[in-house]
Design a protein around this ligand. Structure first.
Ligand code: COA
Length: 373
């Protein structure tokens, strides 16, 4: 089997940060407004008064302290509660393409490659801002990559599933060098009026270069030793946004068209599936969890990650073993584990093992075992 490596990674951080306190202040101002506007209905028991959100809850329940967004205007205005993103002319570079290109340039630089060395671009993320033409093809043209390009959506597992696709495209002879790009523009799909989820997401873009080992120039490449993907249908994390929405105008804008979840259920149902999934992979590859120098895990909830680490490695594990980036970036959908990888791989020496693992909507779980070349 052809050896395939990840030879570079990149991270684009959006220009605006929002702290928990800022977000909670605006949410609570929205609550005051809502409760005032519905005062008599609330008094008559026809409408339930909205309760306040709190920074303490957010930090304790999720580990999130802040997030980045592409456009801050509108999000914190209690009368608006969404980013005000102007409609773009078709001749302009789309927002997701511009985010992805910045991350891709860094990944190419790390891999010591030029754009024309790439013969496949996969844009993989939770949402694409349009159906077609693919954002990946727009990036192909803007960067000047060769070959072909396509978009794929597997929610939070988009990045790991796309890396698996990239590796298989190289092994199958369809490509030599692949850019996998994750422009996670989550803020337009976040419901900033929903107390359960208004704090969860952040925008970001990540990218990795995946290539045939024999072609790689970079000293800091990681060999892909093993890949495993699983899915199982669940509506516990869901968005009903889609191209059919406009056909029922009365319901086109209802809250189910934005991200919503049963967070507690997700927590409980996903964890055992993650353990089983990883156990199966480790058994097949004859790898013991203790052999990993680092676990670059999905970044949705710090408590969830601590459970995974404890189950795999027991107690007394150093914090550096499974680095947390969600405190600063929040949940960035598929980009989370790639940010953790990008920021925490420089100390690897030849032979060190690391695990890249995503989990989320679908349900979906993707895990990739990497060995430093
Ligand atoms: N501020 C203050 N209190 C809040 C609140 C907020 N923003 N949101 C919820 N609460 C309250 C609830 O009303 C509830 O109160 P009650 O006990 O009086 O009924 C209490 O806090 C607990 O709520 P719950 O929703 O059970 O919290 P949780 O501990 O499950 O944490 C999540 C919520 C979303 C952080 C957590 O469930 C989670 O991250 N799950 C995993 C989700 C995941 O991985 N999703 C993948 C997404 S891609």
């Amino acid at each position: 089997m052809k050896k395939v490596v990840i030879s570079g990674s990149g991270l684009f951080v959006p220009p605006h940060a929002i702290s928990n306190d800022e977000l909670v202040d605006s949410y609570n101002a929205y609550v005051d407004l809502f409760n005032q506007q519905h005062e008599s209905d609330i008094g008559e028991g026809k409408v339930t008064a909205l309760p306040y959100s709190s920074s303490e809850f957010i930090n304790k329940a999720s580990g999130i302290n802040s997030r980045y967004v592409m456009v801050k205007e509108g999000i914190l205005d209690p009368n608006i509660m969404m980013p005000l993103i102007a409609d773009q002319d078709s001749s302009e570079l789309s927002m997701q393409a511009s985010m992805g290109i910045e991350a891709a340039k860094q990944a190419l630089e790390q891999a010591k490659l030029q754009a024309e060395d790439i013969d496949l671009v996969i844009v993989a993320c939770a949402y694409t801002q349009r159906a077609y033409p693919a954002i990946a093809i727009e990036i192909q043209q803007a960067l000047g990559t060769k070959g072909f390009a396509y978009d794929m959506l597997v929610a939070c597992s988009s990045a790991t599933f796309a890396i698996a696709n990239a590796v298989n495209s190289i092994r199958g002879g369809m490509a030599n060098r692949v850019l996998v790009i994750n422009p996670e523009l989550t803020s337009p799909q976040s419901n900033f009026k929903d107390r359960d989820s208004h704090f969860i997401f952040g925008d970001v873009a990540t990218a990795v270069v995946v290539e045939k080992q024999e072609l790689a120039h970079a000293e800091n490449a990681f060999n892909v030793l093993s890949m495993n993907c699983m899915t199982e249908f669940s509506s516990n994390i869901r968005s009903n946004f889609g191209f059919v929405n406009r056909c029922d105008p009365d319901k086109a804008d209802t809250p189910d068209k934005l991200f919503h979840q049963q967070g507690r259920k997700v927590f409980k149902e996903l964890l055992p599936r993650i353990y089983q999934h990883l156990d199966k992979q480790f058994e097949a590859e004859q790898i013991k969890p203790e052999e990993f120098k680092r676990l670059w895990l999905h970044q949705a909830n710090i408590n969830m990650n601590m459970f995974v680490v404890k189950k795999l490695l027991g107690d007394n594990v150093e914090a550096t073993t499974a680095p947390i980036v969600l405190d600063k970036f929040a949940n960035t959908a598929s980009a989370g584990s790639i940010i953790a990888f990008h920021e925490n791989k420089a100390d690897f020496v030849t032979g060190d093992l690391g695990l890249l693992c995503s989990f989320g909507a679908g349900y979906s779980i993707g895990s990739i075992v990497l060995e430093k070349c």
